[in-house]
Design a protein. Structure first.
Ligand SMILES: Nc1ncnc2c1ncn2[C@@H]1O[C@H](COP(=O)(O)OP(=O)(O)OP(=O)(O)O)[C@@H](O)[C@H]1O
Length: 240
């Protein structure tokens, strides 16, 4: 398994305050990596650096062997922000066909992506009339068109019911099995166990980078939420 993302000594300032303090990690190809951490810990900032839309103070981010944000990566990286990025005045199908057309792809690709996120029955509806959870899935469908090699998803399951969340996670793993790399942020600990690997971030620092099983073993608990808390306490003792 190769490396899809390599982050080295990444320091980022936002609003003249340092919010990432030297992050180093590698993310393997063809896997689902979860980026977990409390609100404000720096998940979105790290994601933005990976996608190449974040000004960085120092350090390096390499994606699929190229500097993050470089032009050849544009068709290979799908990014879904927390705010759905679809057109409210177009239907689900029109949105998907528009994004497919930008990549030189046809209606079949668009329809497949819509079905993949469970929106086939709502494909004719205007996005502006969808529920919040449906709108997020419409945005996800558009990012999945063209089978990008890397899919970066910022809290993709917020607002989804348990059945849909399970379906989406199953789909993420199917994509990973087919070779796609997924980086998925969440602050919901019960989703952490669904990932192949976890990056645990707190206050702009990585405090865990391993498989869920290894993190549970290291922390001496089966409960990932408790494991995260123990890692935080250990850190605080080390730095006290
Ligand atoms: N545009 C901005 N200008 C200044 N500071 C910002 C900006 N965006 C985020 N920050 C700060 O950067 C830090 C990290 O924010 P970030 O959005 O990366 O956290 P997060 O872990 O994604 O949070 P959440 O789970 O709430 O989305 C926070 O302290 C936040 O206040």
């Amino acid at each position: 398994m190769g490396t899809a993302i390599e982050v080295r000594d990444l320091v980022v300032e936002r609003g003249r305050r340092e919010v990432l303090h030297g992050i180093t990690c590698t993310i393997p190809s063809g896997s689902v990596t979860g980026l977990l951490g409390p609100s404000g810990s720096g998940k979105t900032t790290l994601i933005r650096a990976v996608v190449g839309v974040q000004i960085v103070k120092s350090g390096e981010v390499t994606v699929l062997g190229r500097p993050a944000g470089s032009a050849p990566l544009r068709s290979q990286v799908g990014y879904v922000t927390q705010a759905p990025s679809v057109y409210a005045d177009l239907s689900v199908r029109e949105n998907a066909r528009y994004f497919a057309a930008l990549l030189g792809l046809g209606a079949a690709e668009a329809d497949r992506a819509i079905a993949d996120v469970g929106l086939a029955d709502a494909r004719g509806q205007l996005v502006g009339n969808l529920s919040g959870g449906q709108r997020s899935r419409a945005s996800l469908a558009c990012a999945m068109i063209g089978e990008p090699k890397l899919l970066v998803l910022d809290e993709p399951t917020v607002g989804q019911d348990p059945v849909l969340r399970a379906d989406l996670w199953a789909r993420f793993h199917e994509l990973a099995d087919a070779g796609t790399t997924l980086l998925v942020s969440s602050h919901v600990m019960d989703e952490a166990g669904r990932c192949d690997r976890l990056l645990l971030i707190r206050e702009g620092r990585l405090i865990g980078d391993d498989t869920p099983a290894a993190i549970r073993t290291a922390a001496g608990t089966d409960d990932l939420e408790e494991a995260f808390l123990r890692l935080i306490r250990e850190r605080e003792q080390v730095t006290a």
